[in-house]
Write a protein that binds this ligand. Structure first.
Ligand code: PLP
Length: 399
C-alpha cells in the first residue's frame, strides 16, 4: 500500500495560518473583518533595499551560491552581531537559511536524534512543537502561566533540565506573549545553564531589536561568555526589517553547528538566491532607523492594546514589552454563553469572536496555553481601536 512516511502523521499545518485563512475567506465574502491574527510587520524595508535588488538584477550571475551564505552577507551579519553585543565570531561560526523557521528546523535536525529531549517554555511559538514532532524529538514543556507573567523562573529551569535533555530552546522577546526578559532575569537563567554543560542552548531572538521601555536586549552569552561554546543565536530579517516574504534567517554559534547547518543547506536549499542575498546585505548594512521608528509606533500601540484589554472585566494581560503581540488571559469567560453557544474554550472563543464581531485572533492553544489568545497588533492603524472595541463588546455580551 502506498503510504506517507510516519513522520507526516505528526506534521500539522500551522494553526495560525488556518485562522488567517478563515479571516481572509470571510473578508472575500464581504464581511468586515479586522485581523489580529498573523504576526507580520506593517512596514516595508527602505528604498535602499529595492535599489540593491535592481542593481543585483543587472549583474545576476545566475549561478549556484555558497551553502553557508555569501561572504558579503556573512560579513554584514558579523557586524550586525557585534551591534547586538556578540563578539569573537568569524564566518565559520555562521550559517543562513530560508527564514529563521528553516534555520530552526535545520538545528533540530542537526542536534536532535529521534527520541532526544528538547525543552522549552510554554507559551511557545507554534512551530517549535511542530518541528520537534517532525524530527521525532521528545518535548519537555516548562509551563510559564499568566500568573508567572509568562516568564521562566531559574528554579524551574534547574529542575526541568535533566540528563536526558539535549537542547534547551528559548525565545526572547516572546512570540506569542510579547514578554521580554530583563538583564537580571537572563543572568539568573544563565547561572543555571552554566551548570548544565551537556545541553545545547538555542536562543531564538528574532525580535531582539523590538524591545520597549528601555529594557534592552540581553542574551545568556552576554552575561556568561563561556556559554557561547554551546549557544546558537537565531536571527531573521522577517520582523525587524519588514521582510517576512524575503525568507532570510541566520544562526551564529559553535563552528560544528554552523557547519552542520551548512551541510544540511547543501542538501536542502543549496543557497539563498543571489537577489535575496543582495536585499539582505542592503538591509543589514543600510540605514538602521526603520526598526527604531517602528518601535516607537509599536510602543504606542502596545499602550493602547494593554490599556483596552486591562479595562475589560474578566481579561487579564501581563504587559508586553517587545515584539508586537499581546497574550491576554480570557479563561474567565470559559463556560459563559452567547445566545445558545457555550464558550467552552479558547478555540470556541476565537471562532465566536470572528463570527460575531469579525475580529480574528489566534487561540492560545496554538501556543500551548489554552487560557489565552494572541493579538498581533500590526493591523492598519485605523483598525486598532475598532478591533479593541469589538473585543470588549464581545466579552460584555458573554453571560
Ligand atoms: N521564531 C519566532 C519566535 C517567530 O515568531 C517566527 C515567525 O513568526 C519565526 C521564528 C520564523 O521567522 P522567519 O520568518 O524568519 O522564518
Amino acid at each position: 500500500m502506498l503510504q506517507l512516511a510516519r513522520r507526516m502523521s505528526r506534521a500539522k499545518p500551522s494553526a495560525i495560518m488556518l485562522i488567517a485563512e478563515k479571516a481572509k475567506a470571510l473578508k472575500a465574502a464581504g464581511r468586515d473583518v479586522i485581523s489580529f491574527s498573523i504576526g507580520v510587520p506593517n512596514f516595508l524595508p527602505g528604498p535602499h533595499v529595492y535599489e540593491a535588488v535592481r542593481k543585483a538584477l543587472d549583474h545576476d550571475s545566475g549561478q549556484y551560491g555558497s551553502n553557508r551564505g555569501s561572504n558579503e552577507l556573512l560579513d554584514v551579519f558579523l557586524k550586525h552581531l557585534q551591534q547586538a553585543g556578540f563578539s569573537g565570531y568569524t564566518r565559520e561560526n555562521l550559517s543562513t537559511g530560508v527564514g529563521a523557521k528553516h534555520v530552526l528546523y535545520s538545528l533540530a535536525e542537526a542536534l536532535l536524534d529521534e527520541g532526544d529531549e528538547i525543552a522549552f517554555p510554554t507559551p511557545y511559538w507554534t512551530s517549535y512543537m511542530d518541528i520537534a514532532e517532525i524530527v521525532g524529538a521528545k518535548v519537555k514543556l516548562l509551563p510559564c502561566p499568566p500568573t508567572q507573567g509568562y516568564k521562566l523562573k531559574p528554579q524551574q529551569l534547574d529542575a526541568a533540565l535533566g540528563p536526558a535533555t539535549r537542547v534547551f530552546l528559548f525565545n526572547n522577546p516572546s512570540n506569542p506573549t510579547g514578554m521580554v526578559y530583563s538583564r537580571d532575569e537572563i543572568a539568573a537563567l544563565a547561572e543555571v545553564l552554566v551548570r548544565k554543560p551537556d545541553i545545547w542552548i538555542i536562543t531564538d531572538d528574532i525580535y531582539h531589536r523590538m524591545v520597549f521601555d528601555g529594557i534592552g536586549y540581553h542574551n545568556f552569552v552576554h552575561i556568561k561568555p563561556e556559554l557561547a561554546a554551546r549557544t546558537i543565536f537565531v536571527d531573521s530579517l522577517s520582523k525587524t526589517y519588514g521582510m517576512p516574504g524575503w525568507r532570510v534567517g541566520f544562526m551564529a554559534g559553535p563552528k560544528a553547528v554552523a557547519n552542520a547547518v551548512t551541510t544540511l543547506n547543501s542538501n536542502h536549499i543549496t543557497n539563498l538566491p543571489e537577489i535575496v542575498t543582495a536585499a539582505a546585505v542592503a538591509a543589514l548594512s543600510g540605514p538602521q532607523d526603520v526598526t527604531a521608528r517602528q518601535c516607537i509606533d509599536f510602543t504606542a500601540r502596545r499602550d493602547r492594546v494593554y490599556a483596552a484589554l486591562s479595562a475589560i472585566p474578566g481579561v487579564s494581560c501581563p504587559r508586553p514589552q517587545g515584539a508586537f503581540y499581546a497574550f491576554p488571559d480570557i479563561s474567565a469567560f470559559f463556560g459563559k454563553r452567547l445566545d445558545d453557544q457555550v464558550i467552552a474554550d479558547d478555540v470556541v472563543f476565537c471562532a465566536a469572536l470572528l463570527e460575531h464581531q469579525g475580529v480574528a485572533c489566534v487561540p492560545g492553544s496554538a501556543f500551548g496555553e489554552p487560557r489565552a489568545l494572541r493579538i498581533s497588533y500590526t493591523c492598519p492603524a485605523a483598525q486598532l481601536e475598532p478591533g479593541l472595541r469589538r473585543i470588549a463588546a464581545f466579552c460584555a455580551a458573554l453571560v
